[in-house]
Design a protein around this ligand. Structure first.
Ligand SMILES: Cc1cc2nc3c(=O)[nH]c(=O)nc-3n(C[C@H](O)[C@H](O)[C@H](O)COP(=O)(O)OP(=O)(O)OC[C@H]3O[C@@H](n4cnc5c(N)ncnc54)[C@H](O)[C@@H]3O)c2cc1C
Length: 243
């Protein structure tokens, strides 16, 4: 499992009209601007609603408090202006089947019809790997490895047989992939705005979520915190639903 932050929204300093952006973006320590461009874009959007550029409320004068208030009252449309995109590698197709259910995120996934899968890799489920030092656990893992090898051989045979009959690779691989199990690896680009990412966290950074996607959510959450700490300040450090 590898997660790479490949793009995120940058705030242009020229975004305001009649507003001292530099002053607004600099806290008493003089370092606010670089800490969270996304957080400040969202604050900008919120202040545009009320034209409260001069920060009339001392309690929400700085970005962390301003964003805490935005999140508390559910004024989440301001979070839609900023986006982040990730390239996710080495996750299972089972995971991405769950991931793509989140309709406000956007996806570009490796094509199994186009890309050869004869050297595909597979994940042994973590809940089984935990028992790898028991006899029964080791035996089941060994059987899974054999199952993967069989699947790859059958995949290659179907692909070769259909290509020999001039079906073309898209059709031959489209048929051959039927034998690949759900834990075959895939890669996918996922992007979305901060509101959509927060919604994803509420559902998948949760003890009820399946283990692999929960682990992915945790990695993405820490990346999102690094570019928009105040936007995710109310998301817990441990999954929702933990004691
Ligand atoms: C623990 C867990 C178990 C699950 N088990 C299953 C399962 O067994 N079977 C299964 O099929 N799925 C299952 N799912 C998937 C789940 O049903 C959702 O499809 C998935 O979590 C995405 O949630 P969503 O539809 O709320 O999100 P999104 O598609 O990201 O939508 C976000 C929000 O936008 C709004 N919205 C989006 N589209 C519409 C619409 N058409 N109409 C009205 N409002 C809309 C809703 O408020 C929604 O919550 C499970 C999810 C979890 C977290």
């Amino acid at each position: 499992l590898k997660v790479t932050l490949i793009a995120s929204t940058r705030l242009e300093q020229t975004a305001s009209d009649g507003f001292e952006v530099d002053e607004w973006l600099t806290d008493p320590n003089g370092t606010y601007y670089n800490k969270g461009e996304i957080d400040h874009l969202e604050e900008f959007a919120g202040r545009a609603c009320y034209q409260s550029w001069n920060r009339p409320n001392i309690n929400t004068a700085y970005n962390d408090a301003y964003m805490a208030h935005i999140l508390q009252v559910g004024h989440e449309s301001v979070l839609e202006h900023a986006t982040a995109a990730f390239y996710i590698e080495g996750v299972t197709r089972t995971l991405t089947h769950e991931l793509v259910r989140h309709r406000h995120l956007s996806y570009s996934q490796k094509s199994q019809r186009y890309v050869d899968e004869s050297e595909a890799e597979f994940t042994i489920p973590a809940d089984l790997m935990e028992f790898s030092d028991t006899l029964w656990g080791a035996q089941l893992i060994h059987r899974m490895h054999r199952h993967h090898d069989d699947a790859k051989r059958l995949y290659a045979d179907i692909d070769a047989a259909l290509r020999e009959r001039k079906l073309g690779t898209k059709r031959s691989r489209g048929a051959a992939r039927a034998v690949l199990p759900g834990n075959v690896h895939t890669s996918i680009v996922v992007s979305g705005n901060m509101r959509a990412w927060r919604d994803f966290m509420r559902k998948r950074w949760h003890v009820a979520a399946e283990r692999e996607i929960r682990e992915l959510a945790g990695i993405i959450l820490s990346e999102l915190r690094s570019i928009a700490a105040n936007t995710f300040q109310d998301i817990p450090e441990v999954p929702f639903g933990s004691e």
